[in-house]
Ligand binder design. Structure first.
Ligand code: AMP
Ligand code: ZN
Length: 139
């Protein structure tokens, strides 16, 4: 049995060459291909070759190679497409909008005049931030 792939995962099928993709970058541990429902022209996904669902479960080697590939592809998008800026995004879990259960980094090219992905936000109370800091870091 192949422990690195999930037969029901669309990105594993791409990795195995069983489903088509518009590949733009490959290395020993990662693959990068165009998103078929792009948020912007050149929207690219960078995936590890092994099937891991969540970003927070990645081992250090896979994590490092994923971000190195993402940075190289970001440079490619800037050079080849004249992209001005890029949102680098991971959706962690269904509630965060993750639909494909195989970790992927979104590289979303942005142009001058595009709306920021984070819309206007409200300044938090210091006490709230301190409570949260303690919950996250203490114990
Ligand atoms: P997420 O919501 O973070 O899970 O993002 C999944 C992304 O994968 C979406 O932006 C989809 O448009 C994209 N997607 C799904 N299937 C494919 C595919 N076969 N090839 C390329 N992109 C895909
Ligand atoms: Zn997979």
């Amino acid at each position: 049995m192949d422990l690195h792939h999930d037969p029901s995962c669309p990105f594993c099928l791409i990795e195995e060459g069983k489903a088509p993709a518009f590949l733009i970058h490959n290395d020993a541990r990662t693959m990068s291909f165009l998103d078929i429902r792009p948020f912007a022209e050149g929207h690219t996904l960078v995936i590890p070759r092994i099937h891991i669902e969540l970003f927070s479960d990645l081992d250090h080697d896979t994590l490092a190679s994923l971000f190195i590939a993402a940075s190289e592809v970001a440079r490619l998008l800037k050079r080849r497409l004249g992209v001005d800026g890029i949102n680098v995004l991971v959706n962690e879990g269904k509630v965060a909008g993750q639909v494909v259960p195989h970790v992927h980094i979104h590289l979303i090219p942005r142009k001058p005049g595009n709306e920021p992905i984070f819309t206007e936000r409200v300044q938090a109370e210091e006490s709230t931030l301190e409570d949260l800091r303690q919950k996250i870091t203490v114990g």
